[in-house]
Design a protein around this ligand. Structure first.
Ligand SMILES: Cc1cc2nc3c(=O)[nH]c(=O)nc-3n(C[C@H](O)[C@H](O)[C@H](O)COP(=O)(O)O)c2cc1C
Length: 339
């Protein structure tokens, strides 16, 4: 059942349009162009260190899948991540924990021995029988550098037989943070993390939040395509513009984050968006939907996508006079005046 759901999600995400009405929000910010950068474009270095791994770009392939034995999407993405020096997160590992025959599609270390790699589980599973043990197993299974717990209340409500009991989860997340030896990242799957939720997660000992704001697919739309329920089909429309913008949440969370790191995901479409996210406070950025769409076409399509992002990011850094990511972090970014 989970396997079929994953296949449906992939095929419907490939067909559906992004929720651009509530996109990532990066167009609301602009850099000040520097006509005299006084650096050599060729020497611009966009690499970063994160959790003792070196990334050639501040970018990871966000969680998409696993258990799709036919497509083997994780293996292809892992090879790309290894050769381009990107991070990667696998999709929810629940299917592998419950059906060992699916473990193989998550074990990507054989293709990507050196990448920053994250395990992934739904946080709500902590209310449905999962404990510290499952969290540890998810990490060990794929030799991950950390564990991502995803929050997806809107998706679960629209999903048939979704797991909708989110009560008391914060305490359980806190328990996971203090009981496993790897850093815990908490994310949303496309509707964003508010400043208030970020504060609670910070106080619970979460290592990083991945904002997972709006700008990609609509989960109510996807679930309503899979459903025969008239109410689900009708209600999906009401949530078309639901969600928090990644850029604005990033700016707000950066002010209260303390030691917590921020990963900017949700509607990151260009290297200029990545540069803006770094200035607004992101340690690294993530993208899922575009990587999925490119890898579904071909490996080379995916490579062109990454090279384009890298070129756009380095060009942005050059045109604001920044030689490296540390310099970029202290660059000025203006909010565009409302037109
Ligand atoms: C087809 C698909 C499957 C996804 N599966 C997962 C998942 O298993 N676990 C998870 O944490 N996030 C999952 N996500 C959410 C993404 O990782 C990401 O947070 C979200 O799509 C926003 O980023 P984007 O605008 O770059 O797509 C999925 C997204 C898509 C499109």
């Amino acid at each position: 059942m989970i396997s079929q759901r994953k296949k449906d999600h992939i095929s419907l995400a490939l067909k559906s349009n992004d929720r651009l009405a509530v996109g990532g929000g990066f167009d609301r910010y602009e850099f000040e162009h520097n006509a005299l950068p006084e650096i050599d474009f060729e020497s611009v270095d966009a690499s970063v260190n994160f959790l003792n791994r070196k990334l050639k770009l501040p970018l990871m392939i966000s969680s998409i899948t696993g258990g799709d034995e036919d497509g083997n999407i994780n293996a292809k993405l892992a090879e790309i991540a290894q050769s381009f020096g990107l991070g990667m997160a696998v999709g929810s590992q629940r299917i592998a924990l419950e059906k060992p025959e699916f473990e193989g599609s998550f074990k990507v270390r054989r293709y990507a021995p050196n990448i920053l790699l994250f395990a992934n589980l739904g946080a709500v599973q902590l209310n449905y029988g999962y404990s510290i043990d499952e969290c540890k197993r998810a990490v060990e299974l794929i030799e991950a550098d950390g564990l991502i717990l995803h929050l997806n209340p809107l998706q679960e409500v629209f999903q048939s037989n979704g797991n909708t009991n989110f009560s008391g989860l914060l305490k359980k997340i806190e328990n996971v943070c203090s009981s496993i030896s790897r850093p815990v990242i908490v994310k949303e799957v496309g509707y964003g993390i508010s400043e208030n939720v970020a504060k609670k997660l910070r106080n619970a000992g979460v290592f990083a939040v991945e904002i997972g704001g709006s700008g990609s697919v609509s989960w109510p739309d996807i679930e309503s395509e899979r459903s025969n329920e008239p109410i689900i089909k009708k209600a999906a429309k009401a949530f078309e513009d639901w969600g928090l913008s990644t850029a604005e949440q990033l700016e707000a969370i950066a002010k209260i984050k303390g030691d917590m790191e921020i990963i900017a995901g949700g509607g990151i479409k260009t290297g200029v968006d990545i540069a803006k996210a770094v200035v607004l406070g992101a340690k690294i950025c993530g993208n899922a939907t575009d990587f999925l769409r490119k890898i579904a076409v071909s490996q080379s399509e995916c490579e062109v996508f990454i090279k384009t992002l890298a070129f756009e990011l380095k060009t942005t850094m050059f045109c604001v006079g920044c030689q490296n990511i540390d310099e970029l972090r202290s660059t000025k970014l203006n909010r565009r005046s409302q037109k």
